[in-house]
Design a protein around this ligand. Sequence first.
Ligand code: HEC
Length: 170
Amino acid sequence: MKKFTNILGIFVLSFFVIQSVQAAGETPFPAGWKSWTSVTTTLTTIGTLPGCDADVSSFPPIYQETVETYCAVRPEGPGAVAVLVKPAVMTDYKARSGKLAEGSNMILHLKDLKLLFVTGYKDGKPVYAVFKEDGTDATGADGILSANTCRVCHSGYEAFCLNGQCGTLK
Ligand code: HEC
């Protein structure tokens, strides 16, 4: 019985350890994402996020930093990407107005990794989350899948990203 209790203890402990590195995303799962509008941007024209060996020196600095941040997730890099926009906010997305409706509005779909990087708005400010395609929250408490990592880049390149929107429709 004691042995069983110990094993149970370890199980419960590891559950909390796993939970503690997982954080809740700041914006809800975009349930209807499969029917959102796929748009063409600089990144979707490139088509993939490459691995760390790729020569990206001709890309604008923000793209170089994006590759540097995510290239090591798999040896060949994150792979195929798509950008999806909620149909209701398409006009504002196109205008790059910096004024998008409250809630989840834009997705960077990492197709090979089956992850959705989601940008939403709360009180007019951009907020971030990462989900698996089935809706499981995969936002990290820290590290490259944390909302803070998204924010540092999306807000850090002010001249490039307008109130959280980085890409431009091509
Ligand atoms: C190092 C910089 C960097 C980091 C970190 C980063 N992004 Fe981005 N993100 C970009 C760039 C650049 C684009 C525009 C790509 C294009 O041309 O479509 C972009 C595009 C997006 C888009 C498509 C809409 C838009 O803004 O154009 C979403 C959604 C998004 N990112 C969410 C996230 C989330 C969520 C995270 C954190 C898990 C994150 N990003 C981390 C640089 C970054």
